[in-house]
Design a protein around this ligand. Structure first.
Ligand code: DGP
Length: 111
C-alpha cells in the first residue's frame, strides 16, 4: 500500500533491524523501544489492524503467532503480546502489528 510505513519496511525502502522472517511475516525491532526486548511482528501484506482480520487469514495468523512466540520464548521471565487497535488504544501505524515486549516487569492494567 502506498504511504504505509510498515509496507516500506517490508519492501526494504526503509531499513529495519530484522529479527525474524517467514514467507508472509516480518519481525523487526521497534524504533522506539519501551522494554529491553521490543519487537514488532507484522504481516507482509497490508492489513490495517486486528479489526480487519478475516477467516481467510487463519493461516497467516498462525504464522504471525508462531513468529511472535519464537521471539517471546527467548525472553527470560515471560513476555507480553500487544496489538493496539484504533486511536484510543494508541495505534499510530495503521498496518497490523503485534508488539512482543519483555525483559522487564510489566504492570497490569496497562496505561
Ligand atoms: P502502535 O503505536 O501500536 O501503532 O505501534 C507502532 C510502533 O511502530 C511504535 O512503537 C513505534 C514503531 N515505529 C514507528 N516508526 C517506525 C520505524 O520507522 N521503524 C521501526 N522499526 N519502528 C517504528
Amino acid at each position: 500500500m502506498n504511504d504505509c510505513l510498515f509496507c516500506s519496511i517490508v519492501s526494504g525502502e526503509i531499513p529495519a533491524s530484522v529479527r525474524a522472517e517467514t514467507e508472509n511475516v516480518l519481525a523487526f525491532d521497534d524504533v522506539n523501544p519501551v522494554a529491553p526486548t521490543h519487537v514488532l511482528v507484522i504481516p507482509k501484506r497490508h492489513i490495517e489492524s486486528a479489526a480487519q482480520i478475516e477467516r481467510a487469514d487463519d493461516e497467516l495468523l498462525g504464522e504471525l503467532f508462531g513468529v511472535a512466540a519464537g521471539i517471546g520464548m527467548e525472553i527470560n521471565g515471560g513476555w507480553r503480546l500487544v496489538s493496539n487497535v484504533g486511536e484510543n488504544a494508541g495505534q499510530s501505524v495503521f498496518h497490523l502489528h503485534f508488539h512482543v515486549l519483555g525483559g522487564r516487569t510489566m504492570n497490569w492494567p496497562p496505561g
